[in-house]
Design a protein around this ligand. Structure first.
Ligand code: ARG
Length: 460
């Protein structure tokens, strides 16, 4: 059994269950890379201010790099009795380089150490998530451009409302996800400060150079307040809030993909490689990928609530409660990366069934509003126009025919001022083309919106 680094004032060994109960090494070992980078920066700073000699610093840095190599090679021996990643690495350092290893923790606490590690780790993961999100956004733009002129029914209340273009619908997803990317960038900005030097809670008596460690680790500045530095995990909450919103958006998109892939809608086909079959029903091709993304939204939303609840009653400064920040955060990162990867791979492979979308848009009186607008253009007040068209729709339901399928004489029964040019606005193409303004569904507007979106992405 390795001795506890904090064992001096204790007179009996830790209870075996308590040792396991309080240990985090089973899950926080994934912080090893950033823990070692943080320690190297700390040792480098200690040498610069004269607390360590250059030789001691060299030994420590070389030892830590060798330990990093061992961990990466899978030959490192993790010990539960050393509790967490920090004490495992520190104990291994002393074992490897001797007494100089014991000097690394000068002017530092695990409290500022772990706060630094999580920030460094999360910052890298944010960059990975951002790259996957950008890949998805780009895939959406490509598909939206390809389908800029594809007409489908637009829905409210899942009832046919007005015709839209499929490209326009995809650009709605794009907007939601690009706002998520903005939230992610905000989160990164705020977390990018260095807590190193806060030590346990009050700072330290050594002549440390916090700006230097901040710079070495790529932080924009040292944090302002030592108590806050070791105690808050608001950056983790912010990331989980970003993730919950992102997953909520992906879940809504998933729901639509699942509906559209059904025989009843038949708007899209997902390639076989993104689907699975049934062990009993030979005909089945199930949209498991979007279903799972929809399902995984639950755990990500749950992790956000876990972290908020974890923080809500903690007095300043550090409390062991904070050790519970890791699993929700790690699982959120893993889940979000997987879901983004699934979507970024799948979206470019979505095959639109343009004929089925068009046929669906022709059912359900999707151009009724266009007829009302036509009447308004001929001087009829909108409320009266609404009523006239409502009666025409009732007639159409009775006859089993859409507005565009009626004769001019039939339409004129409801309003004498209707003329032959009415059929221009009753077509699906006329309807979408008429919504020709920024944010509208006209194919030309969709193409322009794609162009603007591409420039936004390029601008970062
Ligand atoms: N494993 C701990 C955590 O994750 C590291 C900090 C522990 N500090 C302490 N004083 N017990 O939060």
């Amino acid at each position: 059994q390795p001795l506890k680094p904090w064992g001096g004032r204790f007179s009996e060994a830790t209870d075996a269950f308590v040792e396991r109960f309080t240990a985090s090494v089973g899950f926080d070992q994934r912080l090893y890379h950033h823990d070692i980078s943080g320690s190297i920066a700390h040792a480098t700073m200690l040498a610069r201010v004269g607390v360590l000699t250059e030789t001691e610093c060299r030994e420590i840095v070389d030892g830590l790099e060798a330990i990093r190599g061992d961990i990466e090679a899978g030959t490192f021996n993790w010990s539960v009795s050393l509790e967490d990643v920090h004490m495992n690495v520190e104990a291994a350092l002393t074992e490897r380089i001797g007494p100089t290893g014991k000097k690394l923790h000068t002017g530092r606490s695990r409290n500022d150490q772990v706060a630094t590690d999580i920030r460094l780790y999360l910052r890298d993961e944010i960059d990975t998530v951002d790259a996957e999100l950008t890949r998805l956004l780009t895939g959406l733009l490509d598909l939206a451009e390809r389908e800029a002129g594809t007409i489908m029914p637009g829905f409210t209340h899942l009832q046919t409302a007005q015709p839209v273009t499929f490209g326009h619908h995809l650009l709605a997803w794009f907007e939601m996800l690009q706002r998520d990317a903005g939230r992610l960038a905000d989160c990164r900005k705020r977390l990018n400060q260095s807590p190193l030097g806060a030590a346990a809670l009050a700072g330290t008596t050594y002549p440390i150079d916090r700006a230097y460690t901040a710079e070495l680790l790529g932080f924009t500045a040292p944090t302002e307040n030592s108590l806050d530095s070791v105690s808050d995990r608001d950056f983790g909450v912010e990331f989980c809030a970003f993730a919950a919103l992102l997953m909520t958006h992906l879940s809504r998109a998933s729901e639509e993909l699942v509906l559209w892939a059904s025989a009843q809608f038949d708007f899209i086909a997902l390639p076989d490689r993104f689907c699975t079959g049934s062990s009993i029903m030979p005909q089945k091709k199930n949209p498991d990928v979007p279903e799972l993304v929809r399902g995984k939204t639950g755990r990500v939303n749950g992790h956000l609530v876990s972290l908020l609840t974890l923080m809500k009653s903690q007095p300043l400064a550090y409390n062991k409660d904070n050790q519970e920040d890791k699993e929700p955060l790690f699982d959120t990162i893993d889940t979000v990366k997987d879901c983004l990867r699934a979507f970024a791979d799948m979206v470019p492979a979505i095959e639109a069934n343009r004929e089925a979308m068009y046929a669906a848009a022709k059912r359900g009186f999707a151009t009724a509003t266009d007829l009302a607008d036509y009447l308004v253009g001929r001087g009829i007040p909108f409320r009266d126009a609404h009523d006239i068209v409502g009666k025409s729709v009732a007639y159409g339901i009775d006859q089993g025919r859409d507005l565009a399928e009626m004769t001019l004489q039939e339409l004129q029964q409801f309003c004498a001022i209707i003329e032959a040019d009415v059929f221009d606005v009753l077509t699906l193409e006329g309807s979408v083309a008429a919504r020709n303004h920024i944010g509208g569904t006209a194919p030309s507007q969709v193409r322009e919106a794609v162009g603007r979106a591409r420039r936004r992405i390029a601008a970062g």
